[in-house]
Ligand binder design. Structure first.
Ligand code: DC
Length: 225
């Protein structure tokens, strides 16, 4: 039996603040490929669980929530993507540090990760997919032809987050952000399932001191190699 050629996937994994989100969106646009923001799925489940008043350490309840939460991505004007959780536009709430911390906590539960697998695989459609996350190249799309792992120093990542959040008028401190980023990194990297680590066949790109255009060019070169 002959198989149709697999839809190409470019995975972009790395810690928060490495520039993954911005770079993935720009690269997907340049390639004309679809985009999977897998972090938004974990954020959406954390948000939905919070909205239901669940205890975020209750694995059974949070797993049921992950199985039952309806998550939709909707294109808005100006190329922006809105995230709709159970019919509510939760885009702004999902960007907060609180949502990130909740996402990181529930993402350590294997049954929650399992509940999100099919949804993620469904994004793989022609002409191609850019998959942004922590375990895209290691667990979800291990057969991806192109894999990138983006990093940057914790100090640089804290600076970038600080700038983004300040622009949104949020009240944050640089030191506090760096501590939160380091705590989240170590939780994401040390968890038993799908820890944050580069796939063996990933190209490592350290974005410390690099501008967005330079990073996009490097990642596009990997996708076209
Ligand atoms: O990329 P992000 O900051 O939106 O991700 C939020 C959290 O979700 C992050 O701390 C870890 C978790 N996550 C994950 O475990 N696996 C993914 N593929 C994406 C995110």
């Amino acid at each position: 039996m002959s198989h149709a050629p697999a839809v190409p996937v470019l995975t972009i994994d790395g810690p928060s603040g490495s520039g993954k989100g911005t770079v993935s969106a720009l690269v997907a646009e340049r390639l004309g490929w679809r985009l999977l923001d897998s972090g938004a799925l974990y954020r959406a489940v954390g948000y939905a669980a919070g909205a239901e008043g669940l205890d975020l350490s209750d694995v059974e309840a949070v797993t049921r929530c992950a199985q039952g939460t309806k998550i939709q991505f909707r294109a808005a004007s100006g190329g922006e993507t809105r995230v709709i959780v159970n019919g509510h536009d939760a885009t702004d709430e999902l960007r907060t540090e609180t949502a990130g911390a909740a996402a990181s906590a529930i993402a350590s539960m294997p049954s929650v990760r399992e509940a999100l697998v099919a949804l993620q695989l469904g994004f793989r459609r022609a002409p191609g997919l850019v998959a942004d996350g922590r375990d895209m190249g290691t667990v979800i799309f291990p057969d991806a032809a192109h894999k990138v792992f983006l990093t940057a120093s914790a100090a640089e990542r804290a600076k970038r987050r600080y700038k983004q959040l300040k622009e949104k008028g949020l009240n944050v401190t640089l030191g506090g952000l760096q501590r939160e980023i380091e705590a989240r990194d170590s939780r994401d990297a040390s968890r038993a399932v799908a820890p944050l680590k580069p796939a063996e066949d990933a190209v490592l790109v350290d974005t410390t001191g690099m501008g967005i255009d330079e990073v996009v060019a490097k990642v596009l070169a990997v996708a076209q190699s």
